[in-house]
Design a protein around this ligand. Sequence first.
Ligand SMILES: Cc1cc2nc3c(=O)[nH]c(=O)nc-3n(C[C@H](O)[C@H](O)[C@H](O)COP(=O)(O)O)c2cc1C
Length: 331
Amino acid sequence: MVDIKKAARLSVAPMMDWTDKHCRYFHRKFTRKSLLYTEMIASAALVKGKAFHLLEFSNEEHPVALQLGGSDPSQLSEAASIGEDYGYDEINLNVGCPSDRVQSGEFGAVLMKNPKLVAKCCEAMKINTAVDVTVKCRIGVDDQDPNHVLPEFLKYLSDAGVTRVIIHASKAILKGLSPKENRDVPPLNYPLVFKMKEQFPNLHISLNGGVKSLKAANELLSDGIDGVMIGRSAYQQPSQILLDADQVIFEQEASKSQFDIATDMRQYLKLHISTGGKPHQVTRHMTGLFHGFPGSKIWKQILSKGSSSRDIDFYNEALLAVSASINKFAA
Ligand SMILES: Cc1cc2nc3c(=O)[nH]c(=O)nc-3n(C[C@H](O)[C@H](O)[C@H](O)COP(=O)(O)O)c2cc1C
C-alpha cells in the first residue's frame, strides 16, 4: 500500500505536454519515493470522449496521481472513478491553470472564484473513490485578495473532506497574461502558504512555485510545510533535482548515477521503438539528463539526430560521446 502523504513530501508537478507516461517512467528511475503527477486530463475527455488511452501508465510509475480538469461534479465523479479503476494512487483537481481554453471550459484557475463549486466537485469525486482526492490551486486570481480568499477556499475544501492540497504560491491573472507569463510574472508569496499551514494544521499542504533546488525544497520542509512540488526545474534539470531526492528528502540510500539511468532507459526505449513508437516520444524528456555536465550538448545533439530512428544505435552513440566528454574533462 502506497503511503501517499509520505510520497507527497516531494512531488513532480503536473505539466501539460511534459509529464506524460514516458517522462514519468524516466523520472521514476531517479526517485523511487517521490510522487509523480500526470498532465491535466479533462474529465470530459474521459467521460464523454472515452479517451482512455490517456490514462495508460507503467506499473513502475507508482506512486502516481491523476490530475483532472473540469467543473461538473457528476462528470468529475465519474472521471475520478475511472482513474481509480486504472490504478492511480490519487485524483487531483486542477484549480490553477489559467489558459484561455481551460477558462472557456470554466475550469482551472477561474474556479478560485467559486469555492462552493470546487467543494461540490470534491465531495462528488470522494463519493466515488477510495483514494485521496486533492486540489492544486493558486493563492487567488485577478484582483482577489489572497489573504482573504485563500483561507476561505481552504475552509470549503476542508469542510468537503479534502485532506491534502497543493498551493501554487502565486496568483493567476486570467486576462492579459499567457500561461507561461502566469508562471513567472505574479510574485510568489511563500509566507501566505506557511500561514495557511498554521491556520489549517490538519490539512496536508504542499507548496509549489519557484523551487529550484533540492536544498531549497528540504529547507521548506524543515520550516514546517508538509510537501514541496517542483515543476520546471525537475523537468529541465532532473539530475540536479531528482537524483538525490530519495537520500535527501526520504532518507534512503542513494544508489544511481546518470549513466545508470541512461542505461536503464535503453531497454525502455528499445521496447518503445520495437512496438512502433518514435524515439523522440521518449528522448525529448531526457535532454536535461546531463545538464551542467561535460557532454550535455553532444548528448542533446545526438538524441535530436536520432529522433525518428528505427533502432537504438544513435542512443548508444550518444552515451559513448558523453562518456568520452566526461573522461576528457576528468583527465
Ligand atoms: C509546460 C508546463 C505545463 C503545465 N501544465 C500544468 C497542468 O497540466 N496542470 C497544472 O496544474 N499545472 C501545470 N503547470 C504548472 C506547474 O504544475 C507548476 O504549478 C508551475 O510550473 C510552477 O512550479 P515551478 O515553478 O516549480 O515550475 C504547467 C507548467 C509547465 C511549465
